[in-house]
Design a protein around this ligand. Sequence first.
Ligand SMILES: *[C@@H]1O[C@H](CO)[C@@H](O)[C@H](O)[C@H]1NC(C)=O
Ligand SMILES: *[C@@H]1O[C@H](CO)[C@@H](O)[C@H](O)[C@H]1NC(C)=O
Ligand SMILES: *[C@@H]1O[C@H](CO)[C@@H](O)[C@H](O)[C@H]1NC(C)=O
Ligand SMILES: *[C@@H]1O[C@H](CO)[C@@H](O)[C@H](O)[C@H]1NC(C)=O
Ligand SMILES: *[C@@H]1O[C@H](CO)[C@@H](O)[C@H](O)[C@H]1NC(C)=O
Ligand SMILES: *[C@@H]1O[C@H](CO)[C@@H](O)[C@H](O)[C@H]1NC(C)=O
Ligand SMILES: *[C@@H]1O[C@H](CO)[C@@H](O)[C@H](O)[C@H]1NC(C)=O
Ligand SMILES: *[C@@H]1O[C@H](CO)[C@@H](O)[C@H](O)[C@H]1NC(C)=O
Length: 242
Amino acid sequence: MSFFIFLLFGVFLNTVVSENSKRLLIHKNVTELEETLYLTVLVPPDVYISSSAQTENEDEYQSIECTTFNSKPAANISWVVSGLIVDSITQTTNEHLNGTFTQRSVYRFPTYLHEGKDITCMVDHPTFTEVKTMMIQVPSYTVPNMTVQIYTTNENETEYKTIECTAAKGKPAAKIAWVLPENKSGEINYGITADNGTETVTSTYRFPAHLHEGQNITCVIEHPKLAIKEVKTVSLPAYCKY
Ligand SMILES: *[C@@H]1O[C@H](CO)[C@@H](O)[C@H](O)[C@H]1NC(C)=O
Ligand SMILES: *[C@@H]1O[C@H](CO)[C@@H](O)[C@H](O)[C@H]1NC(C)=O
Ligand SMILES: *[C@@H]1O[C@H](CO)[C@@H](O)[C@H](O)[C@H]1NC(C)=O
Ligand SMILES: *[C@@H]1O[C@H](CO)[C@@H](O)[C@H](O)[C@H]1NC(C)=O
Ligand SMILES: *[C@@H]1O[C@H](CO)[C@@H](O)[C@H](O)[C@H]1NC(C)=O
Ligand SMILES: *[C@@H]1O[C@H](CO)[C@@H](O)[C@H](O)[C@H]1NC(C)=O
Ligand SMILES: *[C@@H]1O[C@H](CO)[C@@H](O)[C@H](O)[C@H]1NC(C)=O
Ligand SMILES: *[C@@H]1O[C@H](CO)[C@@H](O)[C@H](O)[C@H]1NC(C)=O
């Protein structure tokens, strides 16, 4: 802390001799007293870290926010992910009337980019003896257990087949799509159930058995934890009995 005091102290002593009255007037002017105080005050910040998730274009994003409240001077916030310093952050600084600063630094990214990793926010300030580090863990993803099953049913003397494509206990929910022959006329259904923070996605394609004889029916499972889409193909026999 630097502390400077400049004291200007002016005393003017005026002596006036009046020849007429032979009175002696001593006038003392002490108005020029000036005191200037330069004071540098350091205020340490209150430091917080928090995270929130948003969904945008079907992708999940994380916003990790590191905030330093009411410090003087403004604190220095930086980010470290997997040992590397991150630059792409938005930072806002607010100056309060009392001269302190509040800073918000937000690091936003698609969850899959750092899923399961620790994000570190580092705060430095002249009042700190060492840099303060705060950590938050990005939720981790789980690859779903992917299976395909075929059921055969008889309804009104017509044989139907149902292909069931399941992506079980994934985090986040997997996306299932079908690649069907051109003359598709069956029905597609989707179902999703949540279980302990994971999602099980099931999609079925039901069709009269004779419709796709000798054809391939493919279900495609997409998940952020899978580098390539999982493709499951069912080859239907050329002749089925009915
Ligand atoms: C005292 O000093 C100030 C500044 O020099 C001056 O403006 C003021 O007139 C003085 N007052 C008297 C009573 O002499
Ligand atoms: C803030 O910290 C970073 C990394 O430690 C450093 O490069 C930068 O010079 C600092 N900025 C200020 C204004 O202290
Ligand atoms: C400065 O002002 C802010 C906002 O009004 C307040 O929250 C904070 O406590 C003040 N800090 C000091 C040191 O007065
Ligand atoms: C995946 O699902 C199959 C069939 O439901 C089951 O037998 C298997 O144990 C599951 N695997 C895992 C890793 O959960
Ligand atoms: C079977 O046929 C009857 C009469 O055509 C119809 O009402 C019924 O919905 C059909 N059932 C199925 C499962 O298609
Ligand atoms: C719920 O999930 C957590 C981890 O994600 C696991 O440790 C726990 O055993 C699960 N509980 C149940 C009932 O499956
Ligand atoms: C569907 O198309 C395939 C060839 O693209 C054909 O062999 C099959 O007979 C067709 N099925 C029906 C029900 O039209
Ligand atoms: C079905 O897929 C198999 C390989 O999985 C391929 O050999 C075959 O030609 C495919 N049949 C049709 C009708 O596309």
